[in-house]
Design a protein around this ligand. Structure first.
Ligand code: J2J
Length: 538
C-alpha cells in the first residue's frame, strides 16, 4: 500500500461518510457487485470482443492472479499504457483485485514521460499493448527498462516479443488478497502538468468511486446507457466524468473506440446505438463538420459532453442543431473538482458556462492575487477542496507547497467567475501551460528541451490562439552560432523521446527578448510580453 502523504482530515472524512458520499466501496467489491447484478449484460465492446459483466469479472480475476504469479506483490506500482481496448478494463480491475496500484500513462506518452512516471511512482511493472497507431510499444518498453532498472516486469497485450504475454498469464495456484481499505490509494492519475513534468495524483477508492457514482447520476446513466470511449480512457475525463467507470457503475455498456476521429467513431455510434460520449472542443468541431454529411445514423446519441478546454459559446450553440443531442459542458481536473452543466439546464447556461460542481460538499473559492475573495461575479483564481479533491501530490514536496494552501485547498491555476446561478465560467488561467486541444503542455518543460540544442541560446514557449486546436504552442528562440531551420529544431525535439503533442507547433526566431521593464523579468512576464507583441504584429 502506498501511504497518502496528506490524508483527508478525520473530521472531513467523517463528514463525507455521514453525507453518504463515501460508502466504503472499493474497485474489487464494485466489480463483484456488478457481475452479480448485471451478469449477462454487456459491459464492454471493442474490436471483435464483447464481454458481459460476468466475463469481465472472470478476466479481471485471472489477470489478478497472473500478475501476482509473475512476482509482483500487493502494493507494487504498475504503469499502464494502453489504448482504448477491452483489456484496459481487465488489466486495471485485475491490478485492483491483486492489490497492485495502476499508474496511468497515455498512449501518446514516450520515454521521457513514462520514465518519469515509473521513477516517481517507483514502479515495478509496466503493461503495454504491442502496438497502436503504428507505434511499437515494445521498443519503448525496452528503452524504459534500460533507464529504470527497478522496473522488472513488462506485460504485453498482443505479441509479447521479449516480454510476458498478457493472454498467457497463468495464476492457477495464486491466492488473491482480501479487499483493500476503501480509504487507501487505488491508483495514481497524472496531472495536466502546468509546470515541469506531470505530477502523480493519488486517488482513493472512496473518493474516486464517489466522483463517478455522482457523475453517473448527474448524467442520468442507467443500464441502458451506451458510452463511446472516444478520448484515451486513461485520461481522467473519459475515465470518470462519468466515463467508463461511471457507465459500468450504472450497469451500462462501454464501447471502446480506437480513435476519436469521425471515420472511426461514427460507424461505432450507428452500430452500437451509443447514447453518450465525451470530446475535447476541437474534436467536437470536427464531429459537427462531419455530421453534416449525414453518412451515419447518429440519432441514438442523447448527450455530447465537451470538456478539457474551453468550448466557445458560438460552437456550443451549434451542437443541438447539428448533432441533435444535448450538450453537457464538463470542466474538471485529475486532481478532483469536476463541474457539469446539468442536462435540464436552460440552453443559455449550457452554452455559456462550464457547469457547477458535482457535490454540495465541494468548496470553491474565487480569490484575487492577494488571497482575498473577489466580489461576486468577478474573475479570480479558483481554489477547491472537497470529498474527491486531493490534498497533496505523490512524492512532490515542491509542487505541494505551491499547489495547496495550508488548510487543504487545491490551487487549480484556473481563472474563473461565478454566475448568479452558481455556475463557473472559465476565463483563462494563471499558470503558463498550453492547453492544446485538451492536452496540457508545460512551457518550462519544452523550453528545457529546446535549450539542449547547441544552436539555441534561449527559448520561451507560449500559447497562441488557434482556430482548430483552441491553443497551439509557439517557441520563440534566440539562436546562437548558425541559426537552425525550424524543421530541424522540430526534428530534434522528436528525438528527445517526448510525446509528439509537445513538439512546438510553431517556431519564431527573435534576435533578443525585448525586456522593457527594468531589471529582472520573470519567465512568466517574458512569455506574456512575447505573446502580446507577436499577436499585435499579426
Ligand atoms: C476550460 N478549461 C478546462 C473546460 C478542463 C473532466 C473534464 C476535463 C478534465 C481535464 C478532467 C475545461 N473549460 N471545460 O479531469 O474529469 C482545463 C483547466 C483544468 C485542466 C485540468 C475531467 N476542462 N479544463 O481536462 O487534469 O485548466 O483534466 O484545470 O487534464 O484543464 O486538466 P486535466
Amino acid at each position: 500500500m502506498i501511504p497518502l502523504l496528506q490524508p483527508f482530515p478525520t473530521d472531513a472524512a467523517e463528514r463525507y461518510r455521514r453525507a453518504g458520499h463515501w460508502r466504503g466501496e472499493t474497485f474489487p467489491g464494485m466489480l463483484r457487485q456488478l457481475a452479480s447484478r448485471h451478469s449477462s449484460r454487456t459491459a464492454v465492446v471493442g474490436g471483435e470482443q464483447r464481454w458481459t459483466y460476468a466475463e469481465l469479472a472472470i478476466h479481471a480475476e485471472q489477470a489478478a492472479a497472473g500478475f501476482l504469479a509473475l512476482g509482483l506483490n500487493p502494493g507494487d506500482r504498475v504503469v499502464v499504457q494502453l489504448p482504448n481496448i477491452p483489456e484496459f478494463l481487465s488489466v486495471v480491475f485485475g491490478l485492483f483485485r491483486a492489490g497492485l496500484i495502476p499508474v496511468y500513462a497515455l498512449p501518446a506518452h514516450r520515454a521521457v514521460e513514462v520514465v518519469h512516471f515509473a521513477r516517481t511512482a517507483e514502479a515495478r511493472g509496466y503493461v503495454i499493448a504491442e502496438r497502436h497507431e503504428g507505434f511499437d510499444y515494445r521498443d519503448l518498453a525496452e528503452e524504459v527498462c534500460r533507464q529504470v532498472p527497478a522496473l522488472d516486469t513488462v506485460v504485453v497485450v498482443g505479441e509479447a516479443g521479449p516480454f510476458t504475454s498478457f493472454a498467457g498469464l497463468d495464476g492457477a495456484v495464486v491466492a488473491l488478497p482480501g479487499d483493500p481499505d476503501p480509504s487507501s490509494v487505488a491508483f495514481l492519475q497524472i496531472s495536466g502538468g502546468s509546470t515541469g513534468l506531470s505530477k502523480l495524483i493519488p486517488r482513493t477508492h472512496d473518493d474516486y468511486i464517489y466522483s463517478f457514482r455522482a457523475s453517473a447520476e448527474i448524467c442520468g446513466l442507467t443500464p441502458d446507457s451506451i458510452y463511446l470511449a472516444a478520448l484515451p480512457v486513461a485520461h481522467n475525463f473519459p475515465m470518470s466524468s462519468p466515463g467508463v467507470f461511471g457507465v459500468l457503475y450504472a450497469g451500462g455498456t462501454v464501447v471502446m473506440s480506437p480513435s476519436p476521429s469521425p471515420e472511426v467513431a461514427f460507424p461505432l455510434i450507428a452500430r452500437e446505438k451509443v447514447t453518450i460520449t465525451g470530446l475535447v472542443p476541437p474534436l467536437a468541431l470536427l464531429w459537427m463538420q462531419a455530421a453534416r454529411k449525414r453518412t451515419y445514423d447518429l440519432s441514438s446519441l442523447e448527450v455530447l459532453q465537451v470538456g478539457g478546454a474551453k468550448f466557445m459559446p458560438e460552437a456550443a450553440r451549434r451542437v443541438r442543431p447539428t448533432l441533435g443531442c444535448t450538450l453537457q459542458q464538463v470542466f474538471g481536473m485529475a486532481e478532483g473538482l469536476v463541474n457539469y452543466t446539468r442536462l435540464d439546464d436552460a440552453e443559455e447556461i449550457i452554452v455559456s458556462t462550464q457547469g457547477r460542481p458535482i457535490s454540495e460538499d465541494d468548496e470553491v473559492l474565487i480569490l484575487d492575487d492577494s488571497g482575498q475573495p473577489v466580489p461576486e461575479g468577478e474573475v479570480g483564481n479558483l481554489l477547491a477542496r472537497g470529498p474527491y479533491t486531493i490534498r497533496a501530490y505523490h512524492n512532490n514536496d515542491g509542487a505541494n507547497a505551491r499547489s495547496f494552501t495550508p488548510d487543504g485547498f487545491y490551487r487549480t491555476g484556473d481563472m474563473v467567475k461565478r454566475t448568479p446561478e452558481g455556475y463557473l465560467v472559465v476565463q483563462g488561467r494563471a499558470s503558463d501551460h498550453i492547453n492544446r486541444a485538451g492536452e496540457k503542455i508545460s512551457a518550462e518543460e519544452i523550453e528545457d528541451h529546446l535549450l539542449a540544442h547547441p544552436s539555441v541560446f534561449d527559448a520561451a514557449v507560449v500559447s497562441l490562439p488557434d482556430e482548430f486546436l483552441g491553443e497551439r504552442s509557439c517557441a520563440f528562440i534566440i539562436a546562437q552560432g548558425e541559426k537552425p531551420k525550424a524543421a530541424a529544431l522540430k526534428a530534434f525535439m522528436r528525438t528527445r523521446g517526448l510525446a509528439d503533442f509537445k513538439v512546438p507547433d510553431q517556431i519564431v526566431f527573435v534576435p533578443a527578448f525585448e525586456i522593457t521593464a527594468v531589471g529582472k523579468v520573470s519567465r512568466k512576464e517574458l512569455r506574456a510580453a512575447l505573446r502580446r507583441q507577436f499577436l499585435a504584429e499579426q
